[in-house]
Design a protein around this ligand. Structure first.
Ligand SMILES: [Zn+2]
Length: 420
């Protein structure tokens, strides 16, 4: 991804820098050759050259590009979990993933961390975006997800003779867990996604079901991954599974639904970030009947929603780190709806808009291991900027509709928005 050449000035809007600092009422941002050289009040801003490009924020909001922290570009809005594995071949899923990446960028997401990929598409999608073959968020890739045999992601009985080839690597014991990570190392992924616990969505497991992977398997995954410089995360809902993951040395926790005091202490001690992905639960409750979800599954989602919201509030209060990611890619929770997660955290969980925006920008970049490159609007960082027509602090819901975006800028280039 090449940076823009030249100078661009963004002015006439409130400036949210992404650190959690109060918005600056009349903000001014200068980008030179794809990087920010000034972000602060208009009064005192350096004089830009007359030939500089100018973006008028129209009294709206200038904020860092959003970071989707649990992105599944390869999940193609499936109406049932099972479709992920059998509906389409790798060729078509790759095209759909490229489409979803473009959509995410148009929705203001200039960076994203994958939460698991079909086949090994994310690694190559990332390369394609970096080489300007297609457009999308700056991506942190993951690959096929690791799950214990008989766990959450192993739903095909043997007589069907379907081996989940595109979706997961099924393991039995620490040796197979190590072998699976080594395969992912060869595939070139950055994040190893695992399934330590069950989920309300799968009636054969549930959200209190811990042993989709044993502690020994999880520990073997972490030791092997860290040895090769890869990071590890996991789908962790049940209390014991969250603690196992944290004790095994996981680098992030997805969901973190049912956390007791001990789990919270383990999380905070190493400052491990958590990505709750909660709007998914509300979407499942509201739209589940449309997709013939059994009542027991919908009830499970209700419990997950309450547990997850409570844990998120506790983590925020204790000074822990939360990323905003929504697990989009299901028919009831489709790509394009990404910012509904942000509105949900304000309206339902009780976060302030500024807190949510910090989670969705700065913390997201930190989770990707790139907090020094982007995620806030500060001198020296990449010019990944979102310019919104309207007051996002007063109405976070503006982010849900990309027609409100004047500019989605990546590395100083306007890639989407009304000014493109
Ligand atoms: Zn996910």
């Amino acid at each position: 991804m090449t940076n823009a050449v030249g100078t661009t000035v963004i002015s006439n809007g409130q400036l949210v820098i992404g650190t959690g600092a109060a918005p600056i009422p009349n903000g001014y941002v200068v980008c030179v050759d794809g990087k920010i050289t000034y972000a602060g009040p208009a009064a005192g801003a350096p004089k830009a050259a007359p030939e500089a490009n100018r973006i008028d924020a129209k009294g709206g909001t200038i904020l860092p590009g959003l970071v989707e922290a649990h992105f599944h570009p390869t999940y193609f809005n499936v109406a049932a979990l099972e479709d992920l594995d059998i509906k389409y071949p790798v060729e078509y899923v790759t095209l759909l993933a490229a489409h979803n990446a473009k959509l995410a960028l148009e929705c203001g997401y200039t960076a994203a961390r994958s939460g698991g990929s079909l086949f090994n598409i994310d690694v190559w999608l990332k390369k394609a975006i970096e080489n300007d073959v297609c457009v999308g968020p700056r991506l942190a890739s993951s690959g096929r997800e690791i799950c214990g045999v008989g766990g959450l992601m192993d739903w095909n009985p043997d007589f069907r003779k379907i081996g989940m080839e595109g979706l997961v690597l099924l393991v039995n014991g620490p040796d197979e867990a190590r072998a699976a990570v080594r395969k992912l190392v060869k595939d070139g992924v950055e994040w190893v996604k695992t399934y330590p616990t069950g989920d309300a969505a799968a009636p054969d497991t549930n959200d209190h079901h811990t042993l989709c992977m044993t502690f020994e398997e999880m520990h073997a995954v972490v030791a092997t991954a860290h040895n090769h410089g890869l990071k590890v995360t996991g789908h962790c809902r049940a209390t014991e599974g969250i603690k196992n993951a944290l004790r095994a040395g996981y680098d992030a926790i997805e969901h973190g639904t049912f956390m007791d005091d001990e789990a919270m202490e383990l999380l905070l001690k190493r400052d491990v970030p958590c990505v709750p992905a909660l709007y998914f639960e509300l979407a499942s409750i509201e739209r589940g009947p449309e997709f013939k979800m059994p009542q027991s599954v919908i009830d499970g989602h209700k419990e997950t929603l309450e547990g997850g919201a409570e844990s998120a509030r506790k983590i925020l209060k204790a000074g822990g780190r939360l990323g905003m990611g929504g697990d989009y890619g299901f028919a009831w929770n489709p790509h394009g709806d990404y910012a509904k997660e942000l509105s949900f955290f304000v309206n339902y969980v009780g976060f302030s808009p500024l807190q949510v925006l910090t989670c969705a920008t700065k913390t997201g970049a930190e989770i990707m291991g790139r907090g020094d490159e982007f995620g806030t609007l500060e001198a020296g960082k990449l010019a990944d900027v979102l310019v919104v027509d309207g007051d996002v602090i007063a109405n976070i819901g503006l982010l849900e509709d990309r027609r409100n975006f004047l500019a989605v800028m990546q590395g100083g280039t306007v890639k989407a928005g009304r000014l493109v």
